[in-house]
Design a protein around this ligand. Structure first.
Ligand SMILES: NC(=O)c1ccc[n+]([C@@H]2O[C@H](COP(=O)([O-])OP(=O)(O)OC[C@H]3O[C@@H](n4cnc5c(N)ncnc54)[C@H](OP(=O)(O)O)[C@@H]3O)[C@@H](O)[C@H]2O)c1
Length: 397
């Protein structure tokens, strides 16, 4: 029986993980859960799964949850909160495997501490790898424990890499759906609405990653994540647009052979793979091969989607540059979702913040968090400047 800690249990990946756990009651049990602010769902999950510990982001919600669990006769469930609560969930002695699925840099510390505590980690939270991948992978190597990618592209690469040795890899190909604006002329980008940007053509995901998919920043993060997970330079990680999202990614070997992984577009499959690795277990997640008709591929348009270019540049420089990339994106995407800035302002703000950031070597998670806070302040300042500059009559840019 594998006992699972889920960081971000109330999110899209967290809920998919619980569905996998539910499908395999003889293999998996829930050890601990960490949620953000969705009190109703966290309470429902705690009552259903009876974890040892539940964490909420805020003390107020933790108090409310503790009260509800007491009324439900479950006072023995420990309720904690905040970053320390997330770490408690991630490092609990009852947990064998940690699914890291908190969105944003909020998931960083707990993910790192899980690795440091010698847990096997299934990694969905890509922002942790973007901000502190060098430190996390170094610690995982030290602990001799795997970091198993849940992100469908890296999961696909992980599967394809079982077909050869790392020194036989020529490059990896990350596929990108292209997002909802693949065929939208650049001249229309300034008027893109939040609703349009949240309408992803192939995947149903959380709000931030959906906007990141629309700007192709999500693919940029994945390039950085791939470099760090598989120890490859950015020049060996290519992006190819593949609107059907059927091929999840590919590995090209030195002899010219290319291995691709394809399957249904359902995150339960990469989650199941990570939870059961190195085994494969039967599932109902079948791909109807007979229905396959068209698979289209084309290079990404870096001019139309500057976020991808910015991510490659940050990947080359590493250190504080990738921290700034993630922090500025997180702030700019939140501002876009709040209607404070336009779609085109997202890359503009990120580029400004990165240019103002010195690269530099990272020594500790504390330093990463400080640099993250600094980049966030810088991004907030730029958001404010743009919000003030745009009157209701002027278009948000
Ligand atoms: N969804 C996908 O298909 C997919 C695919 C690949 C990678 N990923 C990555 O996986 C991560 C999660 O994505 P998602 O789509 O599942 O996002 P989501 O649906 O927005 O869920 C985010 C989760 O993080 C929790 N959370 C937010 N702030 C928190 C905090 N301060 N402390 C504790 N928990 C906090 C949320 O809690 P509340 O809801 O309770 O506030 C929620 O459980 C992201 O890094 C994303 O890039 C997602």
């Amino acid at each position: 029986m594998k006992r699972i800690a889920i960081l971000g249990s109330t999110g899209s990946i967290g809920c998919s993980t619980l569905r996998v756990v539910e499908s395999y009651p003889d293999r998996f049990a829930v050890a601990t859960l960490a949620a953000g602010s969705n009190l109703e769902l966290a309470c429902e999950q705690a009552i259903r799964w009876r974890p040892q510990v539940v964490s909420m982001a805020a003390e107020r919600d933790a108090d409310a949850l503790a009260l509800r669990l007491k009324v439900a006769g479950l006072a023995e469930i420990e309720v904690v909160w905040g970053p320390k609560g997330n770490v408690r969930v991630a490092t609990h002695p009852e947990a064998d495997f940690v699914v890291s699925a908190i969105v944003g840099v909020a998931g960083l510390e707990a993910t790192y501490e899980a690795v440091r505590a010698g847990k096997s980690v299934g990694l969905a939270n890509k922002e942790a790898m973007v901000a502190a991948g060098e430190l996390i992978t170094a610690e995982a190597r030290k602990q001799g424990k795997p970091l198993l990618p849940i992100d469908s592209e890296h999961n696909a690469v992980h599967q394809c890499l079982r077909g050869g040795r790392m020194d036989e890899v020529e490059r990896i190909w990350l596929t990108a759906s292209g997002g909802p604006f693949l065929n939208t002329p650049q001249s229309d980008f300034a008027s893109i609405t939040v609703e349009q940007a949240l309408n992803h053509p192939t995947w149903k995901m959380g709000r931030r990653i959906t906007i990141d998919s629309a700007t192709l920043m999500n693919k940029g993060f994945e390039v950085i994540e791939a470099c760090r997970l598989f120890n490859l330079p950015p020049s060996k990680v290519e992006v190819v647009v593949h609107p059907q999202s059927t091929i999840h990614s590919m590995v090209e070997f030195v002899d010219g052979s290319i291995l691709a992984q394809f399957s249904v577009t359902d995150m339960r499959l990469p989650i199941l793979y990570a939870l059961t690795y190195p085994e494969r277990v039967p599932s109902e997640l079948r791909f109807p091969v007979g229905d396959l008709r068209h698979l289209d591929f084309c290079p990404p348009d870096m001019a139309k989607f500057p976020c991808l270019r910015l991510a490659y540049e940050a990947a080359e420089q590493g250190g504080a540059k990738t921290i700034a990339l993630n922090a500025a994106d997180e702030v700019a995407v939140a501002a876009f979702l709040d209607g404070k800035i336009g779609f085109n302002a997202i890359p503009a703000i990120i580029e400004d913040v990165i240019s103002a950031t010195e690269a530099g070597k990272l020594e500790s998670i504390q330093q990463v968090l400080e640099l993250d806070a600094e980049a966030r302040r810088s991004a907030q300042h730029r958001v404010q400047q743009r919000s003030v500059a745009s009157s209701p009559k002027r278009e948000l840019v």
